[in-house]
Ligand binder design. Structure first.
Ligand code: ADP
Length: 472
């Protein structure tokens, strides 16, 4: 078998991959977006500072004597030098009045080097210092020019660079935390989903090995897994019941065959040994036992025919009342003998069904009703609904123990009560009844109270289609 991936690993892998791709895409977009926003912000800050420089320089102009306050110019120029602006001031004639390069050349070089290195190496922004000239004007006219040299297109101050570094670090730490969390969550999820599946798989394997008592402790909270485990448990219950049933069937079959054979052998041995005379009465007794065996085998073959789906129904139109009266008529002498009242309370009802097979159904049901009833009455009634005929056979007999109710339609099943009473049955009659009713697309059910009686209800659909149904 080709090597298969474990579900748990697969879920964990897919989830982690998904989260990592998510984090990657998110960090790239956030980074690009925030980088763009921040550079816009920095450009606006530089513009604002340049305006501030121009305004501050103009403020240093003394209207009284028409010259600049050079102390103020010096203070402003040196302040902005440290912020990365190299400034010089010219008179309108072009004569230099103040120049930061002249004031502090080494410091200027240091600042240029430091900003160029920061922008080109740390932020991969190729650029250079570019000088721009701005005119200084007041109401009366031009008072000079300011030359401002800055790294273009823009540059980050030390604080800006620090902020960017912190932001990147924050992204990195958040990304790592998310990645670690996603791995933990993915493993947790994988375990939550995979564990019930693994448990179910193991249980299914044990069941397939024949351990039908296996059950899954089904406390799974995911609906599909809960239903899956429930189905496997149901399967195990069915297989367990099937196994029990099969064992019981074998022993029942042996019992059903052994009893008449032992009786027969005992009688014939006694006659061969000359212990008993082969009187007609004894021979008749042996014949009855052979008949019983014959009947059992015949019933079994009818059943096997039905189970092989070979029950061909020969449907005709007839009156259901006529059939039920005919079935009941066969039992009137027996009922009278036992002192049981047999009542048929049915109106004329046309039906389309297999006459002989339905006759078999009601003969079997009535035979049981008489067999398992000592006194009281048996009533046959018919209820009509739009969709079905519902025939009810009610008796006041020994009833059926609750534990046996779900089994009595199975082959050779006889309740212990009826077995003890050696009623002479073989446990096949109801299986045949159920099979014929099902073949008609109908249904049979029973309600019974031990010691009080039973009610068998046969439901036959109107306009039923021919249907073959194997016995379960
Ligand atoms: P059997 O030949 O033993 O009657 P059936 O298949 O007809 O076989 O019935 C199966 C079992 O169902 C019977 O052995 C009996 O225990 C129970 N049973 C069927 N019909 C009745 C009934 N009317 N009253 C009580 N028990 C019944």
């Amino acid at each position: 078998m080709k090597r298969k991936i474990r579900l748990r690993n697969y879920i964990a892998f897919i989830y982690t991959l998904f989260v990592c791709i998510g984090i990657f895409i998110l960090s790239i977009t956030v980074n690009a977006f925030s980088g763009k926003l921040f550079s816009e912000y920095v450009k606006r800050t530089i513009e604002r500072e340049i305006n501030e420089i121009i305004r501050s320089f103009a403020d240093q102009y003394q209207h009284s004597n028409g010259i600049f306050n050079m102390d103020g110019i010096n203070a402003i120029g040196m302040h902005y030098l440290h912020r990365g602006y190299l400034i010089s001031l010219e008179a309108p004639s072009g004569i230099t009045l103040w120049d930061v390069h002249i004031m502090n050349m080494p410091q200027c070089n240091l600042i240029v080097e430091e900003i160029t290195a920061r922008m080109q190496n740390d932020h991969r922004l190729d650029g250079s210092f570019i000088k721009t000239q701005y005119t200084l004007e007041i109401e009366t006219g031009q008072i000079g020019n300011v030359n401002i040299e800055v790294y273009a297109p823009f540059f980050y101050s030390l604080e800006d660079a620090h902020f960017i570094k912190s932001l990147n670090m924050l992204f990195l730490i958040t990304g790592i935390i998310f990645a670690v969390l996603s791995v933990i969550i993915s493993f947790y999820l994988a375990i939550v989903i995979a564990k019930p599946i693994v448990q179910t798989k193991n249980a299914a394997r044990r069941i397939s090995e024949g351990n039908f008592a296996t059950r899954i402790e089904n406390n799974f909270f995911l609906a599909e897994l809960y239903e899956l485990a429930g189905s496997v448990n149901d399967l195990a219950v069915n297989l367990e019941n099937g196994e029990k049933w099969q064992k019981r069937l074998t022993s029942d079959m042996a019992h059903e065959l052994r009893t008449p054979l032992t009786v027969l052998q005992g009688n014939i041995d006694a006659m061969i040994d000359g212990v008993w005379e082969p009187t007609p009465k004894r021979l008749q007794f042996c014949n009855d036992e052979i008949e019983r065996l014959h009947k059992l085998i015949e019933n079994l073959s009818i059943l096997s025919l039905i189970e092989r789906d070979n029950l061909n129904l020969h449907k005709t139109d007839f009156d259901l009342k006529k059939l039920l009266l005919q079935a009941a008529a066969q039992f009137i002498p027996l009922a009278q003998e036992k002192g049981i009242t047999l009542t048929v309370n049915i109106a004329e009802t046309p039906i389309h069904a297999d006459y002989d097979r339905l006759m078999q159904v009601f003969v079997n049901l009535l035979s049981n009703a008489i067999k398992y009833t000592e006194q009281g009455n048996i009533i046959l009634t018919l209820n009509e609904s739009e969709a079905a005929h519902e025939i009810r056979i009610t008796d006041t007999g020994i009833g059926i123990p609750e534990n046996d109710l779900s089994h009595i339609f199975k082959r050779l099943y006889r309740s212990d009560v009826s077995r003890d009473r050696s009623s002479g049955g073989s446990g096949i009659g109801l299986s045949i009844v159920a099979a014929i009713v099902k073949a008609h697309g109908g249904n049979i059910s029973v309600v019974s109270n031990e010691g009080q009686g039973s009610v068998f209800t046969v439901t036959l659909p109107k306009n039923s289609f021919l249907r073959f149904t194997a016995l379960v």
